[in-house]
Design a protein around this ligand. Sequence first.
Ligand code: GDP
Ligand code: MG
Length: 461
Amino acid sequence: VDSRKSWIRQPIVVVLGHVDHGKTTLLDKIRGTAVTKKEPGEITQHVGASIVPASVLRKVAEPLKKYFPKVKIEIPGLLFVDTPGHELFSNLRRRGGSVADIAILVVDIMEGFKPQTWESIQILKERKVPFIVAANKIDRIPGWKSNPDQPFLETIRKQSPHIVNRLEELIYRLISQLYEAGFMAERFDRVKDFRTTVAIVPVSAKTGEGVPELLALLTGLVQRFMKKRLVTSDEPGKGVVLEVKEEPGLGTTIDVIIYDGVIHRGDTIVVGGKDKPIVTKVRALLMPRPLQDMRAHEGKFVSVEQVVAATGVKISAPDLDDALAGSPIFVVSSEDKLEEYIKLVREEIESIRIKTDNIGVVVKADTLGTLEAVVEALKRENIPVRLADVGPVSKNDVLEASVSEKQRPEYGVIIVFNVKVLHEAEEYAARENVKIFRHNIIYKLIEDYIGWVKQLREQEK
Ligand code: GDP
Ligand code: MG
């Protein structure tokens, strides 16, 4: 065991927040910073993720030296999961927690908290993911003078006093809303104890103001409080399936975040499938081809021999058609351990699926991660679940819902997230008086259902 090589891996960072508050713009800004400031040859693009290398963190932190002289960069960089939003975050699941080490909660400072902000906080709390708040769009404060890409602590000194006051008021509103959500919060440069207080960093994703502090703070926090969690070694890899994707010429592939250990081409892996765990062999590990190497006859990806944590990688292998996003993936260390890994994966998936004889609602979702998130949201509202599974709504789901419907009409429903309702199921549901709720935003889905239940109760009175 002592011969194992170990290292500190990149922390895995996710971006969450309400629609239009600037998640995509912020990620683009960070990605752009990484590309323009990296050293030649450094790779910043992964599959489903981007790396901000340590060299970039150093350059970005340079102007902050006079404010934070002690920050020394020990991590190899930060790994940002590229597609923001709840759905992908849900798939970053790991038993009792998340593969994400830290999150940025983006809030439009002009708007304050919105429904998905509250929902994001709830999810972060449940998955025990620490977070900082990016108070975005400071450039939209009327009269704000933009100083592109400068630290917040520099640009704030160049604003007139009434703008500074306005900013303070807006930050104070966020502090109150965070308090309502159960968190102490403070502007980042006034935080005394980062273990008990959420840091708010005023930024503009558009002009880049405050982004240096955002990156420096993420770095500082993970180095100070999470180093243990970030230590990994050349043991058999562990990861999570972010997405299952069809690729021309490759068939069904899985995009995976490896958060621990190493995976090699040819390794045997176990991953969760629709009916049972899938055991297969890695045919290829694929990374994005750097833009400058793009040639017409070559594909989007280059094949590599191995990757180490933390990495976003596409895995091509036989038999992945039934793979489930949100499932764990394990490299099998030796053949005699195969059964053990199969059992691990099976148990984990069984812990999310629900099949009971209780009176309750039926839930269908597109991935294990979203299924778990919808079920958790229902549990928060004390709504019982009879059946929860991944896949399209079938006649059998309607049958199950109609059993509930006969005893408790308010539970005789199917709650559908991002999957199809088969035609025959739709017809059958109409006949059986089983109502189907669908929405591609989790809180809206639950809200619609709760609203309908209220209406039902009003009618009964
Ligand atoms: P998302 O839905 O959270 O991913 O939000 P987007 O990144 O798509 O941003 C929504 C809109 O807000 C877009 O029109 C962006 O250009 C704009 N936006 C995002 N960040 C900023 C910012 O810091 N300042 C300004 N002025 N506009 C921004
Ligand atoms: Mg977006």
